[in-house]
Design a protein around this ligand. Structure first.
Ligand code: ADP
Ligand code: MG
Length: 300
């Protein structure tokens, strides 16, 4: 198969591993810089051009769309979809998961466990929203933050009020969330492919920090998860419509709570901690999908 990896930074660990895994399984792999794809949106003949030539005859794309280029990146993925190319994660699913609030709204409708979360716009409602999520300490998050940037722990009600006021004053979209203190700076990243959790790691925040992101100095170790956690992770990925997802779960007194669902989960931490070939699993999943697409087409 001819498979494109869409990435802003082709030299990252994840892109390189996907390239190697695909090549190792006899596929023609191509690393493509998402921001250099430009589009011709013409009736019945949508095209993507790259460095002066059209990108043709791809069987699949693996989008790795960074949070800073969600709009352009999902437009590129959508254009591939318009051309009939299979994208392992669809543009709509990526858009859904990128907005933390939208994602939580979709998950809440289907009864997935979540930290209590509030969303407000007017400074006049701050006090009530703080009450709604159970008071301080609480967590304040930018809707489109990533790698732990834009996630703040407010220890007291006063602190919470002033941080929320400051964000609202800057016209930034934030949500206010119950702080799950019993998780003690730890969370579980479940790596979902298709309808399976293929690997799970526990991420532990560094001393004095509550955010467990590896980019914030967190440490990852392989972790055995419970059947309930497994079910929750798969369900969350399915609700978002993502075939490849990193589902982040907090262990709370009332069971697993989903914090977010990442559409371009990094491979480095999870492969290093579990010694599993996750890149290979992703390529195998594409092969399986391609076969069932061919079967569906020959039936039609
Ligand atoms: P990002 O997209 O920046 O990774 P997250 O929502 O995943 O943002 O939050 C970053 C980290 O902060 C999480 O991995 C977790 O360790 C911690 N965290 C986030 N929300 C909560 C919460 N409600 N209670 C306890 N810890 C939290
Ligand atoms: Mg996260």
């Amino acid at each position: 198969m001819k498979i494109a990896i869409l990435s802003q930074e082709p030299e990252t660990y994840s892109s390189r591993r996907l390239f190697e895994a695909g090549t190792g399984r006899e596929h023609e792999m191509q690393l493509i810089n998402t921001l250099r794809c430009y589009m011709n949106i013409t009736s019945s003949k949508p095209r993507i051009h790259y460095m002066g030539t059209p990108l043709l005859d791809y069987d699949a794309v693996i989008p790795r769309i960074g949070a800073s280029i969600t709009f352009y990146g999902t437009a590129v993925v959508r254009q591939f979809e318009m051309m009939g190319v299979f994208s392992i994660n669809g543009s709509l699913a990526i858009t859904r998961s990128r907005d933390k609030l939208r994602a939580l709204q979709l998950l809440s409708r289907k009864g997935v466990g979540l930290p209590i979360t509030g969303y407000a716009r007017s400074p006049d409602d701050i006090e009530d929203v703080i009450k709604m999520v159970g008071g301080a300490p609480l967590v304040i998050k930018l809707l489109e933050g990533t790698q732990g940037i834009g996630v703040v722990l407010a220890e007291t009600k006063n602190e919470a009020e002033s941080v929320i006021e400051a964000f609202l004053g800057l016209n930034v979209n934030i949500m206010v969330q119950e702080y799950i203190k019993e998780s003690k700076g730890e969370d579980i990243r479940c790596f979902v492919i298709g309808n399976r959790v293929v690997a799970a790691i526990k991420r532990k925040a560094k001393e004095g920090e509550f955010r467990s992101n590896l980019h914030r100095g967190g440490q990852a170790t392989s972790e055995k998860i419970t059947p309930e956690e497994r079910k929750t992770a798969v369900k969350a990925a399915q609700i978002m419509g993502l075939s490849v997802a990193g589902v982040d779960i907090l262990r709370s007194e009332r069971g697993p709570l989903v914090m977010e669902v990442n559409s371009s989960p990094g491979l480095e931490g999870v492969e290093a901690a579990t010694k599993k070939d996750i890149a290979g699993e992703i390529i195998k999943f594409i092969e399986k999908k391609a076969k069932s697409r061919l079967r569906a087409r020959s039936k039609a």
